[in-house]
Write a protein that binds this ligand. Structure first.
Ligand code: AMP
Ligand code: ZN
Length: 486
């Protein structure tokens, strides 16, 4: 694979750059994780499918990967501009639970969703375990870069070079900036420490040199990335909204703490939004779709992963149910082809030892292996990689074990789990269906024997009975799924 250098789009330079690891043979990646005060919607999950695809590509290229996705279980106001309520405390009050319970619950759901999307398990440190280090950073930056107001300790963005370079924003009127906190020196200044207002008690608060309170949201990512990945590290990822405020603020803190103009990560990468007809999918507006909604409607989570991979991560992706249905059909076809291939490998019983796929020279496979590697290394062009994988599955008159190895290699990067999934896994019964899968199977068995006995009246009656319950029997279904819910 050495002949395919990995090119990634760096938001800092707005250019494709060749990945050059800081530590030879290693790749260290930090991804901004969720604020666990609510369920993650499928737009959020797009960010982690992207980060996972990046991680898988780095592993495929032979790098030893360390990947961190932090869990924001503290603070974080309803506005990025240090105004509004504390999301965690607000959710706790609304649900009559403790802020700690809320955080644990939504973290668990998030991790289960990552699993269902076949996101490999990264490290998941919680912000609340790093508050001490955050206070240390605050102390270290305080003198040269911060000032104290009644509401807390603020970072003065005019004290670091090139503030907002990542966002391409001019300091004072960058997009989304609202000068809501009285006394701020610059509109873009942000909280390092938020003091608990006098007379109030927060469920999550700590003592600090600036009073009892909680850290500002941006601080945790600077601190956790430095502690867990070292300084500097290779790649920092997040959704494109973070390019505007959160990441410029992280960079400012990194510069201040490290006394350097350097941003701390070599490459900053951002995935674009999942949108629907109304615009960006977000927690506050539009249809709030979570992964479980898709499952309840009969879609396997990996159909959503495939939907994400069909678009380039830097393009907007519009979610439609039709699009998801098409992705599920595509996945079914791939799984069927993979099942047939596995059977062929078993039938061939070959004990031949194969070289690594990158060394295969077979004229039918070599161009596909190159197409795959070129596309993956071209800033993760997964849409093209998918076509290479489908082409590989379709190659005829070739040693099954070789073909299997090529497809498995490609799938290791795409993460569709093609050789583990079965047709039955993909046939999910929607939550509101009036009939159980076992009942459908039993009716179909009865119908099969009626047809074998040439009792077509009985066979038609069973089909009508199923149709009345919303099940369409698909005789001779080319995908071999035999029935579907309508
Ligand atoms: P949050 O929990 O709001 O910090 O979001 C978690 C991650 O999801 C961040 O990287 C966001 O940038 C990203 N994100 C939020 N909304 C969307 C969306 N509609 N499409 C893709 N990514 C999103
Ligand atoms: Zn972050």
């Amino acid at each position: 694979m050495t002949d395919h250098p990995l090119k990634l789009f760096n938001s800092l330079t707005r250019q494709l750059e060749t990945f050059q690891p800081i530590h030879p043979g290693e790749a260290r990646v930090y991804t901004c994780g969720p604020t666990v005060y609510n369920y993650q919607h499928i737009g959020n999950m797009r960010a982690y499918v992207f980060a996972d695809t990046l991680g898988r590509t780095l592993s495929y290229k032979g790098y030893k990967l360390t990947h961190v996705i932090n869990i924001t279980d503290v603070g974080h106001l309803t506005s990025d501009a240090d105004a509004g309520d504390d999301k965690m405390e607000k959710a706790a009050a609304a649900q009559g639970k403790s802020a700690w319970d809320i955080a644990r619950y939504y973290q668990e759901v998030f991790e289960a969703d990552l699993d269902r999307l076949n996101v490999r398990k990264p490290a998941h440190p919680r912000a609340t375990d790093y508050v001490e280090s955050m206070i240390e950073w605050g102390k270290q930056m305080e003198e040269k870069h911060c000032y104290l107001l009644d509401s807390g300790l603020y970072f003065d963005v005019s004290t670091v070079p090139y503030y907002g370079r990542l966002a391409r924003a001019v300091t004072d009127d960058g997009e989304g900036r609202i000068d809501t906190v009285e006394g701020k020196r610059n509109a873009a200044d942000f909280a390092i420490w938020r003091k608990t207002p006098p007379g109030e008690t927060r469920q999550m608060e700590w003592d600090s040199p600036w009073g009892r309170g909680a850290p500002g949201w941006h601080l945790e990512c600077s601190v956790m990335s430095a502690e867990l990945l070292g300084h500097p590290f290779d790649i920092h990822t997040g959704g494109i909204d973070h390019r505007e405020i959160h990441h410029p603020n992280e960079i400012a803190q990194n510069q201040a703490h490290n006394c350097s103009a350097d941003s701390a990560a070599s490459i900053w990468m951002h995935n674009n939004f999942l949108i629907d007809r109304r615009g960006k999918m977000s927690k506050s507006t539009g249809e709030f779709l979570v992964l479980q909604t898709l499952v309840d409607r009969g879609y396997h989570p990996l159909a959503y992963r495939l939907m994400c991979l069909q678009a380039h991560y830097r393009s907007e992706l519009e979610f439609t149910w039709e699009g998801l249905t098409a992705a599920l059909t595509r996945l079914k076809r791939m799984v069927m082809a993979a099942e047939r291939l596995t059977e062929q490998v078993k039938a061939a019983q070959s004990h031949q030892r194969l070289p690594p796929v990158s060394e295969f020279q077979h004229p039918k496979l070599r161009p596909l292996i190159d197409k795959f590697a070129d596309a993956m290394c071209d800033d993760l062009n997964t849409a093209i990689v998918l076509t290479a994988l489908e082409d590989a599955l379709a190659v005829k008159k070739i040693d099954a074990a070789m073909k299997h190895a090529v497809v498995a290699d490609m799938d290791a990067v795409l993460g569709l789990n093609l050789f583990e999934l079965s047709r039955a896994d993909l046939r999910i019964r929607p939550a509101n269906a009036e009939i159980s899968e076992a009942e459908i199977e039993a009716a179909l068995e009865r119908r099969k024997s009626a047809r074998a006995d040439k009792d077509f009246a009985a066979s038609d009656a069973i089909r009508d009975e199923l149709a009345a319950k919303g099940v369409e029997v698909m005789d001779g279904d080319p995908l071999g799924w035999e029935w579907k819910l309508i």
